[in-house]
Design a protein around this ligand. Structure first.
Ligand SMILES: Nc1ncnc2c1ncn2[C@@H]1O[C@H](COP(=O)(O)OP(=O)(O)OP(=O)(O)O)[C@@H](O)[C@H]1O
Ligand SMILES: [Mg+2]
Length: 366
């Protein structure tokens, strides 16, 4: 990232590091620039530093090194309540002794708004999350999903420019979670709010975000829009973490500008797209998405490389068929095919040929 890009961001992490114990860095040299109105998701495994980043932005933790800017200004010395940031955290509970209306009134009172102005804003925020009828209830009289909506309304009621959400839907069932994902992105876009959203659910990240920052071990491994992240993972970690992925282990035996030749440990040789291999002799994991593999002989695209495979399992999933194969010694090779009338249904034990295009096969780090 150039300094110009950095300055353009509404939220900027500039070489930010964080250590809690003075020894280990849980955030290592974070550079991240978030545009105004952008929906950015931090995605990563447990302990990768996502919440820590949000806490530093919110002002509940301080960076050990580097600087965080909001609207072009450093915020290191601004206390949390003066940063104008709305927050929804999984365990950031509503005040139990207050009604819904009082919960929403609180952030407005803190900001010194008068009664009639507060009431108008409260009702508008509740309408946004379709909870207008619940203004006099207490949190204990609401379902988990309703409480989550109120928490969202409370974060939005003072019309912040920036909202931070840390796993806000973790406690909800699948159906409600999907509904709320839609509601949150709709509200964020309609209101033009900049959102930093934390999750370890990759589907949630892919469906909600303008861009996703994939965290691992205190570093951003890749920062890209969802489709790029899924289609063009930059390394093995991202390929494995985002979506389902097939991996075959081998070695680079030829290197050209736009392709390389890989020899698998079992001797199989084929072309791949070199992503982060650089020279002959590099060990590599080649990565192929399950939906890019074809086993219908008459549908194999021209130029496809074919391999022998044994069917281990064939699962009917309604909209798709999910087939588990043994390919080049890998017993977990998955192929997904759309359920169509002419789609071949396979039997366990069948010996078949599978194929894929070289450009769908990415040679990544080992
Ligand atoms: N207050 C704290 N004091 C000391 N260490 C902490 C503190 N908070 C977090 N850590 C450590 O910092 C690292 C990053 O934690 P963080 O909470 O940022 O991870 P996370 O990505 O949010 O994980 P999760 O998905 O489990 O919520 C972890 O190793 C964690 O143990
Ligand atoms: Mg966390």
């Amino acid at each position: 990232m150039t300094s110009e890009d950095l300055n353009d961001g509404f939220v900027v992490f500039d070489r930010v590091q964080k250590s809690y114990d003075g020894e280990t860095l849980v955030v290592k040299d974070l550079n991240l620039s978030i545009g105004k109105g952008e929906f950015l998701t931090m995605l990563g495994p447990s302990g990768s530093g996502k919440t820590t980043c949000l806490m530093m932005l919110a002002g509940f933790e301080t960076a050990t090194h580097g600087e965080i800017l909001l609207g072009g200004k450093p915020i290191n010395d601004i206390p949390p309540h003066k940063r104008g940031i709305g927050m929804v955290f999984q365990n950031y509970a509503l005040f139990p002794h207050m009604t819904v209306g009082e919960n929403l009134s609180f952030p407005l009172e803190v900001r010194g708004l008068g009664k009639s102005e507060r009431e108008a804003k409260i009702m508008r925020a509740l309408e946004m999350v379709q909870m207008g009828a619940f203004v006099n209830r207490r949190p204990a009289q609401l379902s988990g999903g309703q409480q989550q909506r109120i928490a969202l309304a409370r974060a939005l009621v003072f019309e912040p420019e920036l909202v931070l959400m840390d796993e806000p839907l973790g406690a909800l069932d699948k159906q409600l979670r999907e509904h709320m994902q839609f509601e949150i992105t709709r509200l964020a876009h309609d209101l033009g709010i900049t959102t930093v959203y934390v999750t370890h659910d990759q589907t949630e990240a892919l469906t909600m975000s303008d861009r996703v920052a994939v965290f691992d071990d205190g570093r951003i491994q890749q920062l890209d829009p969802p489709a790029v992240l899924y289609e063009e993972p930059k390394n093995s970690f991202v390929a494995q973490f985002i979506g389902e992925n097939n991996t075959l282990v081998g070695e680079v035996v030829e290197m050209h500008a736009d392709k390389c030749v890989v020899r698998l440990d079992d001797g199989e040789i084929f072309d791949a797209k070199p992503v982060n291999v650089t020279r002959v002799g590099d060990k590599t994991r080649v990565s192929i998405r399950p939906e890019r593999v074809e086993y219908n002989p008459d549908r194999l695209p021209e130029g496809a490389h074919t391999l022998h495979a044994e069917v281990l399992e064939f699962i009917y999933m309604g909209d798709i068929f999910r087939t588990r194969l043994r390919v080049a010694g890998n017993d977990e090779f998955i192929v997904k095919t759309r359920n169509a009338p002419d789609q071949v249904r396979l039997e366990p034990g069948a010996q078949i040929e599978i194929g894929w295009l070289p450009q769908d096969c990415r040679a990544l780090d080992a």
